[in-house]
Each structure stands twice: as C-alpha cells, then as structure tokens.
Design a protein around this ligand. Structure first.
Ligand SMILES: [Zn+2]
Length: 129
C-alpha cells in the first residue's frame, strides 16, 4: 500500500519541504483573547476570513470577530489552545488530504464544496463548518 502511494505522488511533491504551520500570536486581555497577527496568518493559508472565523467561533464556543485587523475571541485561551484550534483548521481545510501540501482551494461541484489540490489534483469533500 505504502509503495503504491509513493509511486503515485508526483516527483515535485516529494522534493518540497513539509508545510510549516503558521502560529497565531495571541495574548489575553481582560476576558478576551486577542490575536495580533491574524492578517498575516490568514495570508499564509489563503482562506477567507469569514470561513475561519466561523470555524473558530464554533470550536471555541465563543464569538470570534475582527477588530482593526486583529482577531478577538470572547473568552480566555492560552496561545497553545489558540494554535491547537488553528492548526486543526489548517489540517482539515488547508492541507491537501492526499499529499499534505497547502496548494489547495475550495471549488463547488454540483453544489457541493470540495477542496481541490493544485499540487496533486486530489479532490476532497469539505466538511461543513
Ligand atoms: Zn494534493
């Protein structure tokens, strides 16, 4: 099985380094958690802010809003917790489920949201947030 998977991977994919997960730089202020570098990490993963805000709000069971380019979570989270949520998002919605490359985008096929990988061409269903 493993040998077969290896053979099917394009050569290019094997030479590239593993995607380095960006980290959210968060701090707690009062009863909120603020992510100062949200705009930068968003750029690194090429996803709509609306989509990730919805995901974070659901996963953290609080509200996630943008304020002057910063992300505000309406509860206290350590930086480790914030990045655990964020990295779970990347694993599920950014990295290709087949080759683990971040060169993916969302496409619609017959009304169903799918994630298409530009590196290997794989198409994976996108779980609704
Ligand atoms: Zn792929």
């Amino acid at each position: 099985m493993l040998d077969r998977a290896y053979m099917l991977l394009p050569k290019e994919a094997l030479n590239k380094e593993r995607f380095e997960m960006p980290d959210m730089q968060s701090h707690i202020q009062g009863k909120k958690t603020i992510v100062g570098n949200f705009a930068q990490v968003l750029k690194a993963i090429h996803r709509e802010e609306r989509h990730i805000l919805k995901y974070l709000a659901k996963e953290t069971a609080t509200s996630a809003v943008l304020s002057e380019g910063k992300l505000l979570l309406n509860s206290k989270f350590t930086r480790d917790q914030v990045n655990k949520f964020f990295h779970a998002y990347i694993t599920q919605y950014v990295l290709c489920h087949e080759c683990l490359k971040p060169d993916t985008k969302f496409v619609e096929q017959q009304g169903i949201k799918m994630m298409k990988c530009d590196a290997c061409g794989a198409l994976s269903p996108v779980k609704r947030v």
